[in-house]
Design a protein around this ligand. Structure first.
Ligand code: NAD
Length: 332
């Protein structure tokens, strides 16, 4: 196989972005189909991709003979069902995070893949491909700052999506950190607790910001702040405190502006510019692995199950006064 014919499910913000990245920046990838329950939205996206067809039926896309591999970028609640359908069709699938909002659904997906005896599922934990995060991981492993003791992770956005809830802050946003922390520190998360400060008045009923405390198996602590309505921009931070020094992501911008008596660095409006390189590198690695039939370096369904298990422990803590909850990854 020299090119992969890709079908993308979900033509919202992320689906449209993935279609554009695949079409313009990923060699060996051809987008042949886009499906969304809102077929007009799918058609708007395919309008920019010559030869691609639009559909209102994600299952028709999965079964289509001109689709070799599937990207799932529809709402979180659809991920498990659609990923299982792609696995049953024997097609490689890149599912956006989370694999599913609950551990039980993730387990069903992991078991379904195991039965095939093949690695078909990849998960969109794209920070693993972000050049800055990779450099941070390499610097931790190089050991100059000593063994990691603490990490401080911050995810801030301009405003929450309609329908945001306390739980969705965890399963939709903090879940990135539940994959990033063990990947960076090379130790699984064993314990989690959830806390909320006085909330911003922007959205009634939503506790925002939220703070989570994680403990890894080798005894490091991580704080995770998720603030969906921070207002000022999209801002991702990570600092790792080691025994002999600290390492942190630089940013938020590559260019410094000096004007009108002040120095400033811009913030992106959302995640797309911040992680554009990560999405491109992730999609290229996925496509290359399908073309070559070689190993795939993306996060696995198991990684998705582990991250959603941490999310579930955090939500248990949320509903139980912020007590520490053990993270128990189920047997597959
Ligand atoms: N990796 C990341 O950095 C990142 C960033 C943002 C969003 N995401 C994930 O990407 C996914 C999409 O997020 P978004 O911001 O694009 O949301 P969105 O609301 O903009 O788009 C979702 C689209 O899915 C469609 N849809 C819903 N159910 C469907 C179904 N059964 N079949 C086909 N289409 C269906 C909707 O009509 C909508 O067009 C979510 O799972 C989200 O968590 C990941």
């Amino acid at each position: 196989m020299s090119t992969v014919r890709i079908g993308v499910i979900g033509a919202g913000i992320m689906g449209a972005d993935h279609v554009n990245t695949l079409h313009c920046h990923v060699s060996g990838a051809v987008v042949t189909m886009v499906a969304d329950i809102d077929v007009e939205r799918a058609a708007t996206v395919t309008a920019g991709v010559p030869g691609a067809r639009a559909s209102g039926d994600p299952h028709a896309l999965i079964g289509d003979p001109e689709v070799d591999a599937v990207v799932i970028a529809s709402h979180d609640a659809t991920h498990a069902e659609l990923t299982v359908a792609a696995v049953r069709a024997g097609k490689p699938v890149l599912c956006e995070k989370p694999l599913a909002p609950t551990t039980a659904e993730c387990l069903r997906v992991v078991r379904e893949e195991r039965q095939t005896g093949r690695r078909l599922i990849s998960l969109g934990f794209m920070r693993r491909f972000d050049p800055a995060y990779r450099e941070l991981k390499e610097a931790i492993a190089a050991g100059g700052c000593g063994a990691p003791l603490l990490s401080h992770c911050v995810s801030r956005g301009v405003s929450s999506a309609p329908g945001a809830t306390d739980e969705l802050s965890v399963t939709g946003s903090a879940v990135h950190e539940f994959d990033t922390v063990p990947w960076l520190l090379d130790s699984p998360i064993e314990e989690a607790s959830w806390h909320a400060a006085r909330s911003t008045g922007t959205i009634t009923g939503l506790r925002d910001p939220q703070l989570m405390l994680l403990r890894t198996a080798d005894g490091a602590l991580a704080t995770v702040e998720v603030f969906l309505n921070a207002g000022y921009g999209y801002d991702i931070r990570c600092e790792v405190v080691g025994e002999r020094g600290t390492l942190a992501l630089a940013g938020p911008a590559r260019v410094i502006t000096d004007t009108a008596g002040a120095r400033s660095l811009g913030h992106p409006a959302d995640w797309r510019p911040r992680f554009a390189d990560a999405y491109r590198l992730e999609l290229q690695a996925w496509t290359d692995a399908i073309v070559s039939g070689g190993p795939c370096s993306l996060a696995t369904a198991w990684d998705g199950l582990v991250a959603s298990t941490v999310a579930e422990a955090v939500i248990t803590s949320m509903k139980d006064g912020g007590r520490s909850v053990a993270v128990q990854v189920p047997e597959v």
